[in-house]
Design a protein around this ligand. Structure first.
Ligand code: NCD
Ligand code: ZN
Length: 438
């Protein structure tokens, strides 16, 4: 593994501080931070032009669709979307075909990610064989393989059998790996396609009650308590989940949680058109949930942002609401939505953005080389943001192979001007800068 590249980044503002500095990167690590630094001979220069610089983002919840649905996303196209979105590491969910429930699949995804070289791709292993919820997968083998799998999830499906979930947590404890739960009690969501509430009732859509999520959140908190281990909640979507997280933390339970950009910004008022672009799991809820989730993210009750980037083919989205697949794109629009919902209203400053999009996610999965401070001797995984340059979302222009963005025609308030992975520029002004080997 090569250490990385050397580059002089001029005129950037760490965490949005007022004064611009230069950052000299040598062999993939930050060697010097100061003013009027000179580039050593043969070292490239990148003009930051006063951009804000943040640690590269880490996404704990990405669906890359490889293997099995390479028509909708591949490791390469998803890596490009991630780099353009400011990400330097993504966790690729296990609900592929075949399922990532063995080390052959997880190692292949890992190697594909390295080959593309735009972002660190960490495969997530399935908790149960075939995501069937019956038998634990060989977590130890996946952890011991080349991919070193450190996070396991049946995401897309809930590990609903409480005894199996208990065993998974106990097994994970021994391996010191993370179980991430898609919290959905399936007996409460049979046939459900939208948030259970007045809107779904009026529109005649079958409802997915908040209790389906919350009952699993509290159950898993108690199971983690008894197992003496940690558990992570995927895509928290309700105000009630926020209250349960607070309660569990107050008991000293080791529970972490993520929220998606779409659950912060969008709600079931969008369903009036019956456009399946708005269909997602868990469903878009109500404005009161949006507000509670924003406050929880600001307060640290919810640890981090995760995109749940879920590409789907147009034929699986442009159909009757009940038939459409749930899920929406997220990687390329995540920062814009976080600025809109969190930074503009004053709930987070740029330090806070670094915390929820980079530092906390890296800590949750114990990545040593991501989510690090912008400081000398730290790896140069960096994202440059122009806080004053807007752009308009056009699904067809996104790097993802799919176009199912709910933000079509929406103006994003900020632009990512560059992303660097160990000093190598992976994205620059909306374009991918090329592959690298590591
Ligand atoms: C995800 C997908 O399409 O794989 N869909 C979704 O609506 N979020 C699965 C998931 O994250 O639950
Ligand atoms: Zn899920």
């Amino acid at each position: 593994m090569s250490a990385g590249q050397s580059i002089l980044i001029t005129s950037v503002r760490p965490y949005g501080q007022d004064e611009a500095v230069d950052i000299l990167v040598v062999d993939g690590a930050i060697a010097e931070i100061g003013t009027e630094l000179a580039a050593p001979e043969g070292v490239d220069q990148l003009d930051g032009d006063g951009a804000i610089v943040l640690p590269g983002f880490v996404d704990l919840h990405t669906h890359l669709r490889e293997p099995g649905r390479e028509d909708t996303e591949t490791v390469a196209s998803g890596s490009a979307a991630a780099a353009l979105g400011g990400y330097t590491a993504v966790f690729a969910m296990a609900n592929t075909n075949p399922v990532a429930d063995n080390s052959t699949v997880t190692d292949n995804v890992y190697r594909a990610g390295r080959e593309v070289g735009l972002v660190d791709v960490h495969p997530v292993g399935a908790v149960t064989v075939g995501l069937a919820g019956k038998q634990l997968s060989e977590m130890g083998m996946m952890n011991a393989g080349a991919a070193g799998v450190r996070m396991f999830s049946d995401d897309g499906k809930c590990v609903d059998d409480p005894l199996l979930m208990r065993r998974a947590l106990e097994y994970a404890k021994g391996l010191d790996v993370l179980i991430a739960q898609h919290a959905e009690e399936p007996r409460l969501t049979v046939g459900a396609v939208a948030h259970e509430g007045p809107t779904a009732s009026r529109l005649g859509l079958a409802g997915w009650p908040r209790a389906a999520e919350e009952s699993i959140v509290i159950r898993d908190a108690l199971l983690a308590r008894d197992a003496g281990t940690r558990v992570h909640i995927c895509h928290a979507s309700t105000a009630g989940t926020v209250e349960l997280l607070k309660w569990a933390r107050a008991q000293g339970i080791s529970i972490t949680a993520e929220v998606t950009p779409h659950h912060l910004l969008l709600n079931d008022a969008r369903l009036e058109t019956y456009d399946p672009i708005n269909k997602v799991n868990p469903p878009l809820r109500e404005e009161s949930d949006n507000l509670a989730l924003r406050q929880a993210l600001a307060d640290g009750v919810i640890d981090c942002v995760a995109t749940d980037h879920a590409p789907h083919a147009s034929q699986d989205k442009c159909c009757e609401f009940a038939q459409a697949r749930p899920g929406m794109l997220g990687l390329e629009t995540a920062l814009g939505v976080i600025v809109e919902t969190m930074v503009k209203p004053g709930l987070l400053d740029w330090r806070g953005v670094a915390r929820v999009m980079s530092e906390r996610p890296a800590e949750i999965v114990r990545l040593a080389d991501q989510g690090r401070p912008i400081a000398v001797n730290e790896p140069a995984n960096l994202t440059l943001v122009d806080p004053d340059r807007e752009w308009v979302v056009n699904g067809a222009d996104l790097a993802s192979l799919s176009t199912n963005t709910p933000y079509e025609t929406m103006t994003m308030p900020v632009t990512i001007t560059a992303t660097l992975l160990r000093g190598k520029v992976t994205a620059r002004d909306g374009a991918i800068v090329g592959r690298q080997s590591r």
